[in-house]
Design a binder for this molecule. Structure first.
Ligand SMILES: Cc1cc2nc3c(=O)[nH]c(=O)nc-3n(C[C@H](O)[C@H](O)[C@H](O)COP(=O)(O)OP(=O)(O)OC[C@H]3O[C@@H](n4cnc5c(N)ncnc54)[C@H](O)[C@@H]3O)c2cc1C
Length: 416
């Protein structure tokens, strides 16, 4: 294989390039990215960059010297616009096209928006430019409404509240982060936010944005009430950045559909947020928007492009930082999974918990408990029987249910 093209120059694309070189592949490498910046890390954007704890440069992933060592043709600020699978070419916005023998697709995701997203005062957060614009706007002291209480929305709310701003989060689900972590952990996240003075309007959708003179003035909710706002952050999730692949013949369905080796077509692989693949460890097709997965999957995809033919079967890892709390998790978290506290005490702000599904441990979660959580990871890796958790020891760990009943009245509702 003489020519490899990688589209998307971020966590996954950069790692794929480094993996190819580390493995000794010395052919012609081209990296195509639509952002003008050298590759940078996204997790700090909603945390340290937003609060001002880090300057923007600290999020940059590699020095110019490291990038030069890749000996790659770097096309930054140039979107790929189309893929010709049979002709083995990627077309760029400027009219140029680049031939390849092997291709890695690492184009990530794009944020969902609402009608009115182009109003002044409305923000999304995906890129460094988004983060810098949002930070500058937060510094003017606005009343903030965050629409969406997934990880991104709750992190932005925490950062804005930490800056001393008045913050309200709107979410149609009954609690924040319910889809990824379930109702009980979601309720703890709600309590965490309320304890820091962030207002939550859960269980009600945002209906539309209100505006005057081209500027957002508030968010109208499903019940017709309105929340006044000077600044609105839309954190509504994201969709895979596959528009440029339309008509290419690749299968697209919530991302680039790959096999277990991250292969979308002969010589064409995908990695990171854009890739959907059947994870053999869990026996289910997944697409992850997790930083660690972008690195691990890029290593796997690049290796498979070089001929490894190894199924990619990771135990996913994810973390989120909100206020003084770090939540970390390994595994997957089906909505109907059982949940059990393994160690610590949720009411003290430090514990670990396990998720059981169809008789096995499928996920473990740590709340300010990084060391304990690392030890528990093996329960997921080894697919431990759920009874190993529920029958543990002479003094069974309390279920969240039991804790829930005993603490819920005390922790409810500073603002609701
Ligand atoms: C604000 C924020 C905070 C996050 N925090 C966490 C966290 O705390 N923990 C965690 O585990 N994960 C977190 N994530 C998720 C994590 O950053 C992503 O999983 C990771 O960045 C995915 O890497 P990627 O390379 O697959 O995609 P991306 O990082 O999205 O990179 C894709 C690149 O491809 C470019 N591109 C798209 N289309 C084209 C095209 N047609 N042509 C050329 N280039 C194109 C994009 O502009 C982008 O530069 C966070 C994400 C965000 C946005």
């Amino acid at each position: 294989m003489k020519r490899i093209v990688i589209v998307g120059v971020s966590a996954a694309g950069l790692t794929a390039a480094e993996t190819l070189r580390r493995r000794g592949w010395d052919g012609h490498l081209t990296l195509i990215g639509d952002e003008p910046h050298p590759p940078y890390d996204r997790p700090p954007l909603s945390k340290q960059i937003l609060t001002g704890d880090w300057p923007a440069e600290r999020a940059v992933l590699r020095s110019p010297q490291d990038l030069a060592r890749l000996e790659a043709d770097l096309h930054l600020g140039q979107p790929a616009t189309a893929l010709d699978v049979a002709g083995r070419r990627v077309h760029l916005g400027g009219g140029e096209s680049i031939g390849f023998d092997g291709l890695i697709i690492a184009t990530g995701v794009v944020p969902r928006r609402l009608p009115g997203s182009d109003l002044a005062g409305v923000h999304v957060l995906r890129t460094l430019d988004d983060a810098l614009a949002l930070r500058a706007a937060l510094l003017t002291g606005p009343r903030v409404v965050v629409v969406g209480a997934g990880f991104l929305g709750t992190e932005v709310a925490a950062a804005a509240r930490t800056m001393g701003l008045e913050v309200t989060v709107v979410e149609p689900e009954p609690v924040p982060v319910r889809r990824p972590f379930g109702e009980r952990i979601g309720a703890l996240v709600a309590d965490l936010h309320r304890a820091h003075g962030t207002r939550l309007r859960c269980g009600i959708p945002a209906r539309r944005l209100r505006s005057a003179g081209g500027r957002v003035t508030g968010v109208e909710l499903g019940d017709g009430t309105a929340l006044p706002a000077d600044l609105v952050v839309l954190a509504l999730g994201a969709t895979p950045a596959t528009g440029w692949l339309t008509g290419s013949g690749l299968r697209l369905a919530d991302g680039v559909v790959c096999d277990a080796c991250c292969r979308a077509a002969p010589g064409i692989y995908a990695a990171g947020d854009v890739a959907s693949w059947p994870n053999p460890h869990f026996g289910t097709r997944i697409r992850l928007e997790h930083r660690m997965n972008a690195t691990e999957q890029a290593i796997a995809a690049a290796g498979n492009l070089l001929g490894d033919a190894t199924p990619f079967a990771p135990v996913p890892y994810f973390w989120t930082d909100q206020y003084d709390t770090k939540i970390q998790a390994y595994g997957v978290f089906p909505p109907d999974a059982d949940l059990r506290v393994i160690s610590g005490d949720p009411s003290n702000g430090r514990f670990t918990a396990a998720y059981g599904h169809q008789g096995v441990v499928v996920g473990v979660l740590g709340w300010n408990a990084p060391r304990e959580l690392r030890t528990l990871r093996r329960l997921v890796v080894e697919r431990a029987r759920w009874t190993a958790v529920t029958d543990a020891g002479p003094c069974p760990p309390p279920t969240v249910d039991r804790w829930w009943q005993s603490t819920r009245p005390r922790t409810l509702g500073v603002h609701s």
